[in-house]
Design a binder for this molecule. Structure first.
Ligand code: 5GP
Ligand code: ZN
Length: 113
C-alpha cells in the first residue's frame, strides 16, 4: 500500500534500524521503545491487522511466529520477553499494517495497562 508507513519501512523508503530481514519479514527497532529491547516484526505483504488475515496467510503467520524465538535470541533475550499484537481501536493499534511487538530487557507487569 503506497501510503503505509510500515510498507515504506519494509521497502527501505523510510529509514529504520533493521535488525533482521528476509523475503517474507522485516524486523526493525521501534521509534519509541518501551523497553531496553523493542522491535517490530512486519510481513512484507501489506496486511492491515489480525482481523484481515486470510487463509492464504496461514503459512506466513506461522513463519512469523516461528521466527520470534530467533529474533529474541539475537537480541539477547534469553531470560524471556513479551510479544504483543495490538488490534483495532480498543486494542490501541495505531499503524494499520500488522506488526508484532517483541519487547524485553526488563521485567514486565501483568495485567498490561
Ligand atoms: P501500535 O500502537 O500500532 O501497536 O504500534 C505502532 C508502533 O510503531 C509504536 O510502538 C510506534 O512507536 C512505532 N512506530 C510508529 N511510526 C514509526 C516509524 O516511523 N518508525 C519506527 N521505527 N517505529 C514507528
Ligand atoms: Zn503496509
Amino acid at each position: 500500500m503506497s501510503d503505509c508507513i510500515f510498507c515504506k519501512i519494509a521497502e527501505g523508503e523510510i529509514p529504520s534500524e533493521i535488525v533482521y530481514q528476509d523475503d517474507k519479514i522485516v524486523v526493525f527497532k521501534d521509534a519509541s521503545p518501551q523497553a531496553p529491547v523493542h522491535v517490530l516484526m512486519v510481513p512484507r505483504k501489506h496486511i492491515a491487522s489480525l482481523d484481515d488475515l486470510s487463509e492464504e496467510d496461514s503459512e506466513l503467520i506461522a513463519y512469523m511466529m516461528q521466527s520470534i524465538k530467533k529474533i529474541a535470541a539475537s537480541q539477547g533475550l534469553g531470560n524471556g520477553y513479551r510479544v504483543i499484537i495490538n488490534t483495532g481501536e480498543e486494542g490501541q493499534q495505531t499503524v494499520k499494517h500488522l506488526h508484532i511487538h517483541i519487547l524485553g530487557g526488563r521485567k514486565f507487569t501483568w495485567p498490561p495497562g
